[in-house]
Design a protein around this ligand. Sequence first.
Ligand SMILES: Cc1cc2nc3c(=O)[nH]c(=O)nc-3n(C[C@H](O)[C@H](O)[C@H](O)COP(=O)(O)OP(=O)(O)OC[C@H]3O[C@@H](n4cnc5c(N)ncnc54)[C@H](O)[C@@H]3O)c2cc1C
Length: 374
Amino acid sequence: MQTVNTDVLIIGAGIIGASTAYFLSKQGLQVLLCDAGQSGTKASGVNFGGVRRQGRPLSQMPLAARSHQLWGQLSELIGIDGEYIRCGHLKIAFNGQDMERLQEYNRSVASCGLDLQWLDAGQVYSRYPWLSTDIAGASLCPADGHANPRVVSPALSWAAQQAGTRLMEHCRITGSRYDGRYFRSETADHQHIQSRFVVNTAGAWAGEIAAMFGESVPLTEIYPQMGVTEPLPPIMNVVLGVQGGGIYARQVARGNIVFGGSRALSLATGYARPSHQSVSMLLTRLAGLIPGIAHANVIRFWSGVEGATPDLNPYLGPSRKTPGLFHGFGYSGAGFQVGLASGEVLAQLIATGNSHIPIEDFRIDRFTADSGKL
Ligand SMILES: Cc1cc2nc3c(=O)[nH]c(=O)nc-3n(C[C@H](O)[C@H](O)[C@H](O)COP(=O)(O)OP(=O)(O)OC[C@H]3O[C@@H](n4cnc5c(N)ncnc54)[C@H](O)[C@@H]3O)c2cc1C
């Protein structure tokens, strides 16, 4: 039986784990990044690719702002541009009530540096004549954008390896405990790992890891429904979202329009597939929003598995029970944009004991009776 020694064991090589590995390795720590499958192929590799700050709660703004800076350095971080484009994110209101909610949100984040611009119906039509004529108004966040998750997330693991991380794929952690000095973890193929720190970034499956340390938390699975059209002539020059959700869309340089909204179906825990109901609902909404593409062919539908928390904020920071254990999961359908900064925060916590970003709202024990929040 083999024992692998390392400073830090990171469980889960999605964008959160890979980013943590990258920043830790840059600081000279010995890092072992394990994934039950292949790095960057779960939620981090199949998501919509929205890189937006607009719409996030105030509590996430410092994290999102730091991530925004890091996304601006993406090519230097991962060696490729990841198809990252800052084309703007337009959030649409269809009626007066939605407009009020959107404008109230805009006021609440006025000091967060999003530079939100309010567009009335006339301004929306003149700027985006390809949109539905039913729109009451919209909020534009000019520096938000989109990227290709299929290349960004695996490339981040690659960048972490270049910085010194050891990546072990097809390596499922089946048990982990702290003996007061070291963490002792086992893999499905009977390897033993001894480490000074453990980082739990196992995505929708991270609740199982937290439970190994007696730190059970509310976490449910969600399955966002996605689709993509055939390549079309350039029409969209902004990423679309809608107040209240239901549909979002972006067009990539090759011409395909990627879209999402509603929820897919799960036939087994940890697995999701498109459902007839969500597919037809999405197609109707897409054609209503962008009438000019109503007859486009859709070439693929898919979904992914994501862990969601009751308040839709992640669990990010130290364990409240086990010294040396850190958590970063529960991103509730919005962890791609904040993934880079989340990894940086986790690396800082391990290297220095502090985070330069406020993370109090993301405490893992915030839903337990003695945290004072229930
Ligand atoms: C369809 C979809 C659309 C989305 N759209 C957006 C979007 O537009 N913008 C946005 O910001 N966010 C979006 N999200 C959310 C975002 O993708 C996630 O929040 C983010 O990718 C979470 O990253 P992660 O590293 O925590 O999880 P994952 O990418 O799921 O990585 C977790 C990894 O842990 C591994 N693992 C699990 N258990 C073990 C174990 N026991 N041992 C070892 N490894 C283990 C898994 O194999 C997996 O690779 C979307 C999510 C989905 C599913």
